[in-house]
Design a protein around this ligand. Structure first.
Ligand code: BES
Ligand code: MN
Ligand code: ZN
Length: 491
């Protein structure tokens, strides 16, 4: 998608005019309406369009203006108009005309700030994301025609300057979505590692650990998950050094199960194909690192992602197997489908030991139980640090990603005690399944301030209500993490 900031809406192919609830024009919509001799007002009063958010009304070939088409776009209540309402409007405007045959749309937000102009472009670009690389026979009328987003602003230079940051985040979200959307035959651990390694061009330092190195280091628990797969397991470490030389880093850890069959504790076939996105946590971490490097964030950050494929096989881990984790704690693997926590156990331990970070924050599509608890609109937040949890929870609502704090009460900790090892990889039955998973992870944090985000509900969306998040891979977490870093950890 091409993005341009322009000083006037002249000769727009498609002109987007924002309208607030109650059919009141925002900005200079009134002037456009007058130029059309009131055709816009007439179109509104003859329709149900009221300016409500996520609604549009197309006025074709209006006389009196040089725009080919005008899209009246609902911006919601004027007194509730904020950055997210602007994003929703820009996204909805894109969707209204994306298949129309028009090649460019012009969004007039000249009455808003330069930052908001850049944000409108950002939202339209996120809305335009589609994963079409394997659609070779897509009919022309089903193929998006819009190639350029023009945003009208009173300060083109300032909008362009603001855009560089927004563009970095948009690219990062797209990178993350692409990883999540890729099928597992294409995106297996080594291919994933190659794609992350390529981010070195952004200025990231990227280390890839293969199975030989992981064995030497003692990642036995992570390797136990991957040992049923013909694909080699990988751990990828990304470093962004944008802060002071001696500044302690912040650390992000991600579950990267490229495909989760459940292993010997095999999942039922219905819906198993969804488990290609069981690497969504790692994609959020890789996306965040992409964003930090892209916008040259003033912070030292590390990202550690554990990449494996969980397969049943003659060499696969069996239920009841006991392995010694990198931490030295022994783990009884009762259910090979509770594999994410095994991958994270070694990655968390390694991260705190090697980097001594200010905090560790992990993201994982960890438990189906999280979907039972919170439904599909909220991720769960588990933390031993109120400050860290609060910083995360403050960032989400600013970028339209919902999360909710969950408890990790010590009284449930005994549910993961094992009679044969130090810990077992599931609780007693299904009660509190997301909590016992978090308590398991906590045993591998060594007291470091830590937060665990269970994104099983939110990594993939089938019925999106958010115009900037098309159905499919969400790239969930990239925006929240980037915002959290910006608001709470940059110098
Ligand atoms: N990747 C799944 C969790 C999941 C399920 C994510 C559905 C998204 C949608 C995870 O590895 C898993 O299988 N967890 C088990 C844990 C259980 C065996 C203790 C689960 O949730 O059933
Ligand atoms: Mn599983
Ligand atoms: Zn899994």
């Amino acid at each position: 998608m091409k993005i341009e900031f322009v000083a006037s809406a002249d000769a727009a192919e498609v002109l987007v005019v924002l309208v607030h609830e109650g059919r009141t024009f925002a900005g200079n919509g009134q002037t456009v309406d007058a130029a059309t001799s009131g055709a816009l007002t007439k179109a509104m009063t003859n329709s149900r369009f009221n300016g409500g958010s996520n609604s549009t009304l197309i006025v074709a070939a209006p006389a009196g203006v040089d725009a080919g088409t005008i899209v009246l776009t609902g911006a919601g209540a004027a007194d509730k108009f904020d950055d997210l309402a602007l994003e929703a409007a820009a996204g909805a405007a894109y969707h209204a005309v994306k298949l129309s045959g028009a090649t460019s749309i012009t969004i007039d937000v000249s009455y808003l700030s330069a930052d908001q102009a850049a944000r409108a472009a950002f939202a339209a670009r996120l809305a335009s994301y589609r994963f079409l690389k394997y659609r070779t026979t897509l009919k022309p009328e089903k193929t998006p025609s819009v190639e350029t987003i023009k945003v009208v602003t009173a300060d083109v230079n300032a909008a362009e300057a603001a855009w560089t940051t927004y563009a970095a985040v948009a690219e990062a979200v797209e990178f993350s979505r692409d990883l999540v959307a890729e099928p597992a035959n294409v995106l297996y651990p080594e291919e994933y590692a190659r794609r992350v390694k390529a981010l070195e061009t952004l200025g990231l330092e990227v280390e890839v650990l293969g199975e030989k190195e992981l064995e030497k280091l003692g990642f036995r628990t992570l390797l136990a998950v991957g040992q049923g797969s013909v694909r080699d397991s990988q751990v990828v470490i990304m470093k962004w050094n944008g802060g002071a030389k001696d500044e302690q880093p912040i650390a992000f850890v991600g579950k990267g199960v490229c495909f989760d069959t459940g292993g010997i504790s095999l999942k039922p076939p219905e819906g198993m194909e969804e488990m290609k996105w069981d690497m969504g946590g790692s994609a959020a971490v890789a996306g965040l690192m992409h964003a930090l490097a892209g916008r040259k964030a003033k912070v030292n950050a590390v990202g550690v992602i554990g990449l494996v494929e969980n397969m049943p096989d003659g060499n696969a881990t069996r239920p009841g197997d006991v392995v010694e984790s990198l931490s030295g704690q022994t783990i009884e693997i009762l259910n090979t489908d509770a594999e994410g926590r095994l991958v994270l156990a070694d990655c968390l331990w390694y991260t705190q030991e090697r980097f001594k970070p200010k905090f560790m924050l992990d993201l994982a599509t960890l438990t189906g139980a999280m979907i039972i608890s919170l439904g599909l609109e909220y991720a769960g937040v588990f933390s031993n640090s109120d400050e860290l949890a609060d910083n995360f929870l403050a960032a989400g609502p600013k970028v339209g990603e919902n999360a909710w704090r969950m408890p990790i009460p010590a009284i449930y900790d005994r549910h993961i005690d094992s009679p044969i090892a130090d810990v077992k990889n599931m609780g007693n039955g299904r009660a509190g399944g997301s909590i016992t998973a978090a308590l398991f992870l906590q045993r591998f944090t060594n007291g470091t301030p830590w937060a665990h985000i269970d994104i099983a509900p939110t990594a993939w969306v089938k019925d999106s209500r958010n115009p900037t998040v098309p159905d499919g891979a969400v790239g969930w977490g990239v925006r929240t993490l980037d915002r959290m870093v910006k608001d709470s950890y940059e110098s």
